[in-house]
Design a protein around this ligand. Structure first.
Ligand code: TXA
Ligand code: MG
Length: 322
């Protein structure tokens, strides 16, 4: 499977491959996505197969502009419009009612009456979408339940052996800037519900529209996102969260200034200055690096549960669960 630099020429080639039923991995501002035409059942079947993704876990439809979104959704609530206007293109995915007369593959939607949509904020993703001139589905380009890819080399490592069709391609656009997936909000319930904390800060969203987490105690009938299976985003190593100091046999993954007297331990640091955005950008790539070195046990410093730290802690908790 070929990795090509995302030049204008190669983006044009990638668009042609997609239109012929190929699968193209491309960068977004969050993580790399595994793209295929959103209307093409056959290539979407293959996307599920190469990722090893359960068929009941629907995909996000990526669009170039709002007109493409309006063509596949209906009854968009006013609060969703407010977020669309303010945060798209950007790391925000909305679950909206699906317009049944449109042509998004039922396999991509896991046969639901809803559809997940987003306009990504990345020049390569937008250029590709514009050239194809049709929406693309794009799950994160990793093996299901593994860490999402923030570099083209991560995609190659996870999926290179499965993407062997002559129409498949990886577009290399360098490291993604946010490093964690988009925030997912469901607008098909009575009240907007956060299905996945992500690149867009919930506190920021809350200033415009009140969104809340699923109330697990209430007896509501809200559809829970199939992608919220507990184990997810997992490295091979086992993670000990909120650690103050490494134990024998552990590698230390710090945040902010390292504790004293850890010079005998192997160590990495998500952000020496305690910058949450930097930590988010580094999280998946550092965990992948530690996996590559065959590290079995990682002790991770506690991460403040604010701003994008909420999404970092969500991924760490899932990555640490069995
Ligand atoms: O940042 C991102 O969102 C990346 C980039 C490539 O855009 N994509 C991504 O896709 O993370 P994926 O497939 O790894 O995650 C999509 C999430 C899953 O948790 C899935 O269950 C949920 O969105 N989802 C998709 N359609 C849904 C629907 N109709 N109802 C509820 N949840 C849905
Ligand atoms: Mg994913």
């Amino acid at each position: 499977m070929k990795t090509s630099k995302a030049t204008e020429k190669n983006i044009n080639i990638a668009a042609k491959l997609l239109l012929k039923g190929g699968i193209v991995a491309f960068p977004t501002e969050t993580v790399y996505g595994l793209g295929a035409l959103a209307s093409d059942n056959k290539s979407i079947e293959r996307v599920y197969a190469v990722k090893g993704r359960p068929k009941n876990n629907p995909l996000i439809v990526h669009a170039y502009d709002i007109n493409q979104i309006l063509a596949i959704t209906k009854n968009i609530p006013i609060n969703a419009h407010i977020l669309i206007k303010k945060y798209w293109p950007g790391p925000l995915t909305l679950i909206l009612p699906y317009k049944t007369s449109s042509n998004i593959s039922p396999i991509a939607r896991a046969n639901l009456k809803t559809v997940a949509v987003r306009i990504p904020n990345h020049p390569i993703a937008l250029k590709l979408l514009k050239t194809v001139n049709a929406p693309l589905i794009a799950p994160s380009a990793n093996i299901s339940q593994h860490l999402s890819p923030t570099k083209a080399s991560h995609v190659k490592k996870d999926l290179g052996e499965n993407l062997l069709n002559e129409n498949d391609m990886i577009l290399d656009g360098g490291k993604t800037s946010i490093g964690l997936e988009s925030t997912v909000i469901d607008f098909t319930c009575n009240k907007p519900v956060i299905l996945r904390p992500g690149g867009l800060n919930i506190n920021t969203i809350n200033k415009d529209v009140k969104v809340s987490y699923i109330d697990k105690k209430s007896n509501n009938t809200q559809p829970i996102s199939p992608g919220l299976f507990k184990k997810h985003y997992a490295p091979n190593a086992s993670l000990r969260l909120n650690a103050k100091f490494p134990m024998v046999g552990e590698v230390w993954l710090g945040f902010g200034k390292d504790p004293k007297n850890i010079e005998y331990f192997k160590k990495m640091n998500l952000s020496l200055t305690g910058d949450l955005n930097e930590a988010a950008t580094n999280l998946f790539s550092m965990l992948r690096l530690l996996d590559k070195k065959n590290i079995k046990n990682i002790a991770i410093k506690s991460i403040p549960n604010k701003e994008i730290g909420v999404a970092i802690n969500d991924r760490l908790n899932r990555g640490a669960s069995n």
